[in-house]
Design a protein around this ligand. Structure first.
Ligand code: ADP
Ligand code: MG
Length: 350
């Protein structure tokens, strides 16, 4: 029995997910595949990594198998007991490129195990189990967007998700004449996880200062009370939420010029207000700005490296990517990677 779960990319709505805000991701046409069969022992094999892991008991090993084990543990906690299986993982999804291979691995594992043992678990519960594996077992404090998209993704659609209520709406992604690409800067600065935690703290500080429970209650009026860093962080979150809503409208109208502008604005805000970009991703975005056929670009993910999502007229990106790679190489002595991004359905059997 084999299943596959997609990666995801978030068009817009960065650093809003842990602030009860909006995001606009879609499932991408690159997948983690998991096959499962009975075995004498729990045995996991990643073809991608080229490693077999055999477990006597469910324990944390500080490596890729934790994403798989974490799912089994989260299932067991809810009373879904499994028996020894061999789980094989294969993937067309680059790891650590900001396309959320970790969530795809968790969701594919959870879905495969449920199908195999006949556990009937509602989709949203599956999302929560996969997320719990990452938060509690692997120990990464992630939001819910990645696992949500890997489960609920729908080909030809983005998901307008309210991370506070988990209400969502499928927004048709009719990219007539346009396309998305991802440029991976191939850098991950040391700062990334400490600064991520710091941003989360600063956002809590904003709420404390204003005496509010949720960022959803924070208004533009409240900004007047805030100073310095707290002002900047809050302004980003409020404006980014507005940009997500505007992006949804732009997509519905098929107004890609407008969507592109919103992407550029998002990047500027992440750079100047939220202060999570870096030289490398700024360079890529600046390079693309003003290039013929490029409609918009912004850094994606936590920041301090990682990827840049690019919206462009069909075919134009292909023509300039060698030039961009060369300029990037010259400047940083590093090779960027390029991934074309189409949409896909959420987790399913193959
Ligand atoms: P991202 O989710 O953005 O790709 P993460 O650092 O969150 O980056 O997750 C990447 C990790 O997920 C890898 O280091 C590995 O442990 C695990 N992983 C993802 N895909 C696979 C795979 N095909 N085989 C084994 N482990 C995988
Ligand atoms: Mg991840």
């Amino acid at each position: 029995m084999k299943v596959k779960a997609p990666g995801r990319i978030n068009i817009i709505g960065e650093h809003t997910d842990y602030n009860d805000g909006y995001v606009l991701p879609f499932a991408v046409d690159k997948f983690v595949e998991v096959s499962i069969e009975r075995s004498k022992r729990y045995e996991f094999y990643s073809k991608t990594i080229g490693e077999v892991v055999v477990l006597e008991k469910f324990e944390r090993l500080g490596k890729w198998s934790d994403y798989v084990t974490g799912v089994l543990v989260a299932l067991e906690k809810r009373g879904y007991k499994t028996e020894p299986v061999r789980i094989e993982v294969d993937s067309s999804l680059p790891m650590g490129a900001g396309l959320s291979s970790s969530a795809a691995l968790e969701v594919a594992t959870a879905y495969a195990v449920c199908e195999f043992f006949g556990f009937e678990i509602p989709k949203l519960e599956l999302v929560k189990i996969a997320r719990e594996a990452e938060v509690e077992f692997v120990g990464v404090k992630c939001g819910i967007m990645d696992q949500f998209t890997a489960v609920f993704g729908k080909r030809g659609h983005a998901i307008f998700l309210d991370t506070m209520t988990l209400q969502y709406e499928y927004v048709p992604l009719e990219l007539s004449g346009c396309e998305f690409n991802l440029v991976d800067s191939n850098v991950k600065h040391e700062l990334s996880s400490s600064e991520y935690n710091k941003r989360r703290q600063e956002c809590e500080e904003v709420l404390k200062t204003l005496g509010k429970k949720s960022f959803r209650e924070v208004t533009f009026e409240d900004l007047k009370v805030l100073k310095g860093v707290l002002f900047k962080r809050a302004k980003h979150v409020l404006e980014e939420n507005e940009r997500v809503k505007k992006s949804v409208e732009a997509l519905k109208r098929g107004d890609f010029e407008e969507l592109g502008k919103l992407l550029f604005q998002s990047h500027e805000s992440l750079r100047d207000l939220y202060e999570v970009s870096c030289e490398e991703t700024d360079f890529i975005v600046d390079y693309l700005k003003g290039e013929e056929g490029i409609l918009g670009a912004r850094m994606v993910g936590g920041g301090f490296g990682g990827g840049v999502i690019v919206l462009s007229r069909l075919g134009t990106f292909e023509r300039l990517k060698d030039r961009l790679a060369e300029a990037y190489r010259e400047r940083f002595g590093l090779e960027p990677s390029f991934h074309s991004i189409g949409s896909a359905d959420g987790v399913h059997r193959v």
